[in-house]
Design a protein around this ligand. Structure first.
Ligand SMILES: [Zn+2]
Length: 113
């Protein structure tokens, strides 16, 4: 077995983000690991610094594929973030403004037109 140096492919936003990235890579057969998770806890009271963020490392020969997967993952994330705050709509029944993620009027239960 060839010994390959690990390469950092992703700086996570937080520990759960790192875990999610790791799980995603694992599903594609890439065995990564999270580095720096414990530092985050230690640095918590001093305020977050870039250096304290958990990073995902993978074997160097899989780094290119891992980066591609992570880019796709990030695109999906930002697409979801963009879609999240749906436009409010005005109820045709009572003319109340209803938040975009409601399908029924909160006031009179009229369906979204
Ligand atoms: Zn209504």
């Amino acid at each position: 077995m060839v010994d390959v140096d690990p390469v950092e492919v992703y700086v996570a936003h937080d520990a759960s983000d790192a875990a999610m990235a790791l799980a995603m890579l694992g599903a594609e057969g890439i065995e990564g690991r999270v580095v720096g998770e414990n530092l985050q806890t230690a640095a918590g009271e001093l305020g977050m610094s870039y250096n304290a963020l958990p990073r995902v490392w993978v074997p160097g020969d899989q780094a290119e594929r891992a980066r591609e997967l992570i880019r796709a993952h990030e695109r999906e994330r930002s697409a979801q973030a963009d879609a999240a705050p749906a436009d409010p709509w005005v109820c045709p029944g009572c003319e109340e403004s209803v938040p975009g993620d409601f399908d029924l009027c909160w006031s009179c239960q009229t369906e979204r037109p």
